[in-house]
Design a protein around this ligand. Structure first.
Ligand code: NAD
Length: 415
């Protein structure tokens, strides 16, 4: 497995944290592997009247702390190892944030941009039926990830409900508000990234009003993070997506850039900015780099070029372990993914609770819970880092692994 294999990286991070801890060997071995993996091959009717065959996955890494929770990714290059890694990171993220969930993830090998809305619906409903062996409001609760949306969650919820004969809103999170989604869920990950960044700035005695930011990845997480940066007075000077990046030293206005990206499908050629490559974005002179695109984009090949003082990991697994070592030596402050992007699953938890109670909370209450939980998570990580003299990522993993390890021992080994 190479540096860019996210499962190899998730295991390397796990091993590094475990090496600092005094844990029961058998429990460590248990937590190293996914609990169960479902691979499905299924047909879907396409508009050309042909039947196309797709491959999908649903992996449960752990169900020790509660029902498993994790998004579903539709991407042409998604692999079983990606899904395993993402499921494992979900376990640690939920444990770190003190949520009563285990970790899961799903994926389908498909480019959703190449499907018509009807084809996407048929594929989603069939995939939902295939994985309904596993999912349920008390067993495994999917949510959105790259390539899926609130509408995709609505189709999964409806398919599951049709099979039960009654509506089960709590089977998914990230669904539209009209059918039981939570206010603030769409913005939760990007908002949580900025809440954790604001804590980091305060910890490092940096004034948000004087901070410059570059955003790698301009999708759900990146666009919301951009708007939230402005709320706190930070200046976003660069942004990039899969087609390239732009820089505008005087500051990019989120409203205009989001409208431009929505219209043209890319950030490149945004009026008043200069086009740069994604590599140039990573090495830009700025205070904060928000890594909000996808996994393994900061590697040993480019970590040396990073000039930012802080990396906020909006994406899952954006920094490889080899890059981590280089960034550590350079003194870069990393807000690790399982903390930084935990806002999404945190508000998903609030959505799930609302769904189980058939009750709605106002946006102010959601955002205030979110901020409190992000601040608590941040402080727990800093406290653990200081006590054990380890990097932020190792501290975050140690806290999470300890919680799941202890739960296994308290529950006992059946039978
Ligand atoms: P998205 O599909 O909305 O956006 C992804 C963005 O990254 C797009 O702009 C895409 O063009 C860009 N991108 C893809 N490859 C790139 C590359 N090689 N270089 C630069 N940009 C590239 O996805 P999202 O929901 O914003 O998720 C982004 C990341 O955040 C993923 O790692 C996801 O797992 C993680 N995450 C998302 C959520 C959530 O609630 N959406 C929650 C937690 C973690």
């Amino acid at each position: 497995m190479g540096e860019e294999n996210p499962y190899a990286n998730a295991l390397a991070q796990f091993d590094e944290a475990v090496a600092q801890m005094d844990l029961k060997r058998g429990v460590v071995d248990f937590l190293r592997y996914p609990k169960r993996e479902l691979s499905v091959t299924f047909p879907a009717q396409m508009a050309d009247d042909e039947i196309h065959i797709f491959r999908g996955y649903r992996v449960h890494h752990s169900v020790v702390l509660g029902p498993s929770k994790g998004g579903i990714r539709f991407a042409p290059d998604v692999t079983l190892d990606d899904v395993r890694a993402l499921a494992m990171w979900m376990t640690w993220k939920c444990a770190l944030m003190d949520l009563p969930f285990g970790g899961a993830k799903g994926g389908v090998i498909v480019d959703p941009k190449k499907l018509s809305p009807k084809e996407l619906e048929l594929l989603t409903r069939r995939y939902a039926a295939e994985i309904s062996l596993l999912i349920g409001p008390n067993s495994d609760i999917p949510g959105p990830d790259m390539g899926t949306s609130p509408q995709v969650m609505a189709w999964i919820m409806d398919t599951y409900s049709m099979h039960r004969g009654y509506s089960v809103p709590a089977v998914v999170t990230g669904k539209p508000v009209e059918i039981g989604g939570s206010l603030g869920r769409i913005e939760a990950t990007g908002r949580g990234v900025i809440y954790s960044l604001v804590e980091a700035l305060s910890h490092l005695n940096m004034d948000p009003q004087k901070v410059t930011v570059a955003i790698q990845g301009y999708g759900n997480v990146g666009t919301v993070a951009h708007a939230c940066c402005e709320e706190f007075g930070m200046k976003v000077i660069a942004a990039g997506d899969s087609q390239g990046a732009i820089v505008g030293e005087q500051g990019l206005a989120s409203k205009d850039l989001i409208a431009f990206k929505t219209e043209t499908g890319a950030v490149r050629d945004f009026p008043g900015s200069a086009n740069i490559t994604n590599e140039e974005l990573v090495s830009l002179k700025c205070d904060v780099l928000i890594a909000g695109a996808t996994q393994s984009l900061i590697t040993s090949a480019n970590a040396n070029t990073v000039q930012a003082k802080i990396i906020a990991e909006g994406a899952n697994g954006p920094t490889t372990p080899d890059a981590d070592k280089i960034l550590m030596e350079k003194g870069v402050f990393i807000i690790p993914d399982i903390l930084c992007n935990a806002g999404g699953v945190t508000v998903s938890y609030l959505e799930w609770v609302q769904g189980l109670q058939w009750f709605h909370w106002p946006l102010e209450q959601i955002n205030s819970h979110l901020r409190n939980l992000m601040v608590k998570g941040f402080n727990r990580v800093i406290d653990c880092r200081d006590r054990h003299q380890v990097p932020n990522r190792v501290a975050a993993q140690m806290l999470a692994i300890q919680r799941v390890h202890d739960a296994v021992l308290i529950r006992g080994i059946y039978p």
